[in-house]
Design a protein around this ligand. Structure first.
Ligand code: SAM
Length: 211
């Protein structure tokens, strides 16, 4: 997701450090960042934030953390969180590769990956959020029975991810090659999902676990 550079982005995020952190300072403080101690679900690459804000409103008994490395994009999620006064949502502007530096081992109950950048060139494969290097990060921070829920319109990324997760020894379930054909009532469409589905792309989805 590309957004025009906003020179004031960092200052804006720093003004709202009660709900967004732009560094690793929340390390060891994740639980106390929220009003209630309850399971934590994170989304990696939240973009404009529709999914994570709607999920947080629909599931008040879960704490949500949206992770988005682009500060210019993160502003849009912070605005939504403030306008809608969402108590069980916090935000982190960090790269996913840093997640083991922020979360304790086994601290996270579920990870959502929605329409991750496909990085189609082979030489960029390590940047894909389902590359083994990232799976290893997720394995560390997820609880033993934790799950990854992944959606993408991109066929190449979906095939790569199935292969990458299988080679990593993960279990895959509920693989769906056309999510919007008989769409589940509780499916929350991300901004990318709406855009690409309207263009006629089929949406792929799977759930994966390490145990
Ligand atoms: N999930 C949103 C949706 O479905 O509308 C946004 C999808 S957009 C294609 C991917 C987003 O992931 C971008 O905003 C990008 O900045 C973010 N992203 C990509 N790699 C990341 C990483 N390593 N760590 C954190 N965010 C990342």
């Amino acid at each position: 997701m590309r957004m025009r550079n906003k020179p004031w982005a960092e200052d804006y995020l720093l003004e709202h450090r009660d709900i967004v952190s732009i560094d690793l300072s929340q390390k060891d403080n994740i639980t106390s960042w929220f009003e209630k101690v309850q399971p934590i679900h994170i989304e990696v690459g939240s973009g404009m934030g529709r999914f994570i804000t709607e999920m947080a409103k629909a599931n008040p008994a879960i704490n949500y953390i949206g992770i988005e490395r682009d500060k210019n994009v993160m502003i849009r999620i912070v605005e939504k969180a403030i306008e809608q006064d969402i108590k069980n949502l916090r935000l982190l502007t960090v790269d996913a590769e840093k997640l083991t530096e922020i979360f304790n081992p086994g601290e996270i109950d579920r990870i959502y990956l929605n329409f991750s950048d496909p990085w189609p060139k082979t030489r960029h494969a390590k940047r894909r959020l389902t590359h083994a290097n990232f799976l290893s990060v997720y394995k560390t921070i997820l609880k033993d029975d934790g799950e990854i829920h992944f959606k993408t319109d991109n066929q190449g990324l979906f095939e790569f991810s199935i292969e990458s997760m299988s080679q990593f020894g993960m279990k895959l379930k509920n693989i769906n090659l056309n999510l919007h054909d008989n769409e589940p009532a509780d499916n929350i469409k991300t901004e990318y999902e709406e855009k690409f589905s309207a263009k006629g792309f089929r949406i792929n989805r799977l759930e994966a676990s390490f145990k």
